[in-house]
Design a binder for this molecule. Structure first.
Ligand code: 0X9
Ligand code: ZN
Length: 317
């Protein structure tokens, strides 16, 4: 058995236990790939879902989904787990799993997530402490600040507009690009599989938006129309589920300009054409404190959007 439920937000150990349960109960479908550890030593495990029935593995397209880059955005890992469960346990999606390999990392910032459960519910960053030569941390010595914004640490216009070099800022970019074990582990994995990963999806909250690169510049990507086409189909499919509207566009057009983000890196450096940041519900009523009763409805609508993207990819191939 397992402890996973869909009516509350779970701690990281529960999540790891659930992944173990899935891999033990669906050994032909689910594989856990350890890719590294967080600053505090928590394991990062990518879930590979694949049945390899219809196509040769080499030719199979893959979709990457990650969640939990920001600690307080609890709906993000919950939705990633919900999608994982649909793909694994719901037999009606077997074609999706045999035609596409899925790589899902339900939690990148496990340290920050735990901290947001135990100490500060609105914590955003990782839990990196600034080490000094004496082995003590800046935190011990002064009013040092902890944590790196793991969505500013990617090697794409690193430390540019929309990010900070001040460790006390909530958008601290880190000491250099990929200074953090969490972003390094994910980016190394993606680069190792870049020839097959055709879609990069990262789940955040909140504001209900489907964001399209670029975000470091107001200039549109050359293939902006292609990216928008798939995203528009996805958001239209989402709207049909419970009527939820997701705004669609680039980050500067809808929010602000940012640098060092994962989706831009996945497109710009890893060459993944269809790269999106999904900002989950809501639009501000509860914000980061979205009640857990929303996990299932949000999970269903996002899974519908992702299925739409998957079908488009299979048509293109
Ligand atoms: O600021 C962020 O990192 C994201 N918003 S959040 O409230 N989840 O923190 C927006 C990221 C936008 N940038 C890209 N899509 N690249
Ligand atoms: Zn976020």
């Amino acid at each position: 058995g397992h402890v996973m439920t869909w009516n509350r937000y779970h701690r990281y150990q529960d999540i790891l236990d659930y992944l173990m349960y899935l891999s033990e109960n669906y050994p032909h479908l689910v594989e856990l790939l350890p890719i590294g550890k967080t600053v505090e030593g928590r394991p990062l495990k990518v879930v590979k879902i694949s049945s390899g029935q219809t196509r040769e593995n080499a030719a199979k397209p893959a979709i990457w989904i990650d969640a939990g880059i920001h600690a307080r955005e609890w709906i993000s890992p919950a939705v990633a787990l919900f999608i994982l469960r649909q793909l694994v346990e719901n037999k009606s999606y077997r074609t999706l799993v045999s035609e596409i390999d899925w790589y899902i990392l339900p939690m990148i910032n496990a340290d920050g997530y735990e901290y947001s459960h135990t100490v500060d519910r609105l914590w955003r960053k990782s839990r990196r402490t600034a080490a000094t030569k004496s082995g003590r941390t800046l935190w011990d010595m002064s009013y040092g600040c902890e944590g790196v914004d793991l969505n500013r640490n990617w090697d794409w216009h690193w430390a540019g507009v929309g990010s900070s070099k001040d460790p006390c800022s909530d958008t601290f970019a880190g000491s250099h690009a990929f200074s953090e074990p969490e972003t390094r582990a994910v980016s190394d994995f993606i680069l190792d599989h870049r020839d097959r990963i055709q879609v990069y999806l990262t789940l955040h909250s909140y504001s209900q938006m489907w964001l399209v690169p670029w975000s470091h510049t107001k200039k549109l990507a050359d293939d902006y129309d292609d990216m928008m086409y798939l995203a528009r189909q996805a958001t239209e499919a989402i709207q049909k589920v419970h009527g939820s509207q997701y705004r669609l566009g680039t980050t500067p057009s809808l929010l602000y300009t940012t640098s060092g983000c994962s989706d831009d890196w996945a497109k710009g450096k890893a060459g993944i054409k269809y790269s999106y940041t999904i900002e989950l519900p809501d639009k501000g009523m509860y914000g980061f404190l979205l009640p857990a009763e929303k996990i299932v409805t949000t999970g269903k609508e996002i899974f519908t959007g992702i299925k739409s993207v998957a079908k488009s990819i299979l048509k293109i191939n």
